[in-house]
Design a protein around this ligand. Structure first.
Ligand code: HEM
Length: 189
């Protein structure tokens, strides 16, 4: 009887152990994928402190390092846009606008802030002018026939200007990556 009881106990403990192990693995996997999915360049590193090793998670984002929406807008307005529009090939696509240059800058700044981990909306925000930012790249660029090499030039200029104002190489890569994502929706629409 006692033997039977103890083997039952063993079985129960094995069950509890397995359940705890599975829960632990699911929790670790969930944490990692939440970090990986956030696209916020979250950094994890181990630090050895006096009380032993500890996991440090840096949650600051590219957007926050660029100064959020306002920092990105100032960068676009003061540095990127003047150089983009000084290029006659790029400027030639900015005729017959359906909205103002100021609206375009603000909508693009919000989109970039959002895509780089900031709190702006990706689209749909209503600006002071009354313009509602659009989010569909094909719709925004419809009828403009923007070729691939012009998109490449646009992204390169933004990256060069970011470098000039001291943005880190890693953050420039992240900015270029989010701009790149729109290429298919912009090209030859
Ligand atoms: C590379 C990534 C690009 C992104 C993420 C992007 C994004 C945007 C956004 C957010 C707007 C404002 C939309 C709105 O009014 O709600 C916009 C407008 C516009 N973009 Fe782009 N753009 C990109 C590249 C380009 C390029 C390469 C050109 C041309 C050389 C271009 C030409 C325009 C024009 C002409 C408008 C104004 C459209 C209108 O007034 O209806 N964009 N873009």
């Amino acid at each position: 009887m006692i033997m039977k009881q103890s083997s039952q106990d063993k079985l129960n403990w094995t069950k509890y152990f397995l359940i705890a192990l599975i829960c632990g693995l699911v929790a670790i996997d969930g944490m990692n994928s939440a970090i990986a999915d956030s696209d916020k360049l979250t950094e994890q590193r181990m630090e050895i402190s006096e009380s032993g090793p500890r996991l440090v998670i840096e949650s600051d984002t590219v957007a926050s390092r660029l100064g959020g929406y306002h920092g990105i807008l100032a960068f676009l307005h003061n540095f990127a846009v003047p150089v983009l529009l000084a290029d006659s090939e790029i400027a030639s696509f900015f005729g017959n606008l359906t909205t103002t240059p100021a609206d375009i800058e603000q909508c693009l700044a919000m989109m970039l802030d959002h895509d780089l981990g900031g709190s702006s909306r990706h689209g749909g925000a209503v600006l002071e002018s009354g313009h509602r930012c659009r989010s569909s790249m094909p719709k925004i660029h419809q009828g403009r026939n923007i070729p691939d090499q012009v998109i490449t030039k646009f992204i390169d200029i933004v990256a060069q200007q970011a470098e000039l104002v001291g943005v880190s190489q890693a953050d420039i890569k992240a900015i270029a990556k989010v701009l790149e994502r729109s290429r298919g929706g912009i090209r030859n629409k």
